[in-house]
Design a protein around this ligand. Structure first.
Ligand SMILES: O=P(O)(O)OC[C@H]1O[C@H](OP(=O)(O)OP(=O)(O)O)[C@H](O)[C@@H]1O
Ligand SMILES: Nc1nc2[nH]cnc2c(=O)[nH]1
Length: 189
């Protein structure tokens, strides 16, 4: 199950970003090249495990885009991208993002109260990004059917449970200076 993803993850190089052990992988970095079969394996799996009765697939710039776009092509569901730059359109919602190695601002456009979305992202680590995004969507009155992260590390996902959301993490890993270890693979109940 998700063999390509698991096999490629254990080959990930590690770099230090401050104190943070950052793994480098095609899905989360686009480095080295992204194998389309890998993206297909992941998007096929998401169609089996996630609730896709939604108006749109929501992802975060930049590295949520390859998988979310494949899912959009496969299902015919539109794709909405949370951007790192403002457009100053009416209804734009701004939120602060923090990860284990960076801080920034994200901007939601194109969503309104009553819309239903699935969130798809490449990695959940501290949970800072998805926590801020889910909070903003809940304040907007947007319904979230599922939150899917391709890769998970650490216990940041627990923060989302406090908002009533239980993320589906396809492969959970441990990351140390030595490399990546597979901890768990998501299986449908
Ligand atoms: O759980 P967290 O600690 O918040 O980390 C997860 C976030 O980190 C990465 O985004 P990043 O901001 O590095 O942007 P990128 O997709 O442009 O690489 C990733 O795409 C997630 O959105
Ligand atoms: N590529 C990559 N993206 C991340 N997003 C949050 N943590 C990480 C990480 O260690 N590697």
């Amino acid at each position: 199950m998700l063999e390509r993803l698991q096999d490629s993850l254990i080959k990930s190089p590690i770099i230090k970003r401050g104190e943070y052990n950052y793994f480098i992988h095609p899905i989360s970095d686009g480095v080295p090249s992204i194998d389309p079969h890998l993206v297909e394996e992941i998007s096929d799996y998401i169609t089996e495990i996630a609730d896709l009765k939604v108006d749109t697939i929501l992802t975060v710039e930049a590295m949520g885009i390859p998988v979310a776009n494949a899912l959009s092509l496969k299902t015919g569901i539109p794709l909405t991208i949370v951007r790192k730059r403002p457009y100053f359109l009416e209804g734009e919602v701004e939120l602060s993002q923090s990860t284990g190695y960076s801080k920034g601002v994200l901007y939601i456009n194109g969503l309104k109260k009553g819309d239903t979305v699935i969130i798809v992202d490449d990695v959940i680590s501290t949970g800072g990004t998805l926590l801020a995004l889910v909070r903003a969507l809940q304040n907007m009155g947007v319904k979230i059917t599922d939150v899917v992260s391709v890769i998970g590390r650490g216990d940041g996902y627990l923060k989302l449970r406090e908002l009533g959301v239980d993320p589906k993490i396809l492969v959970t890993i441990d990351v140390s200076e030595k490399g990546v270890e597979i901890k768990d693979v998501f299986r449908n109940q």
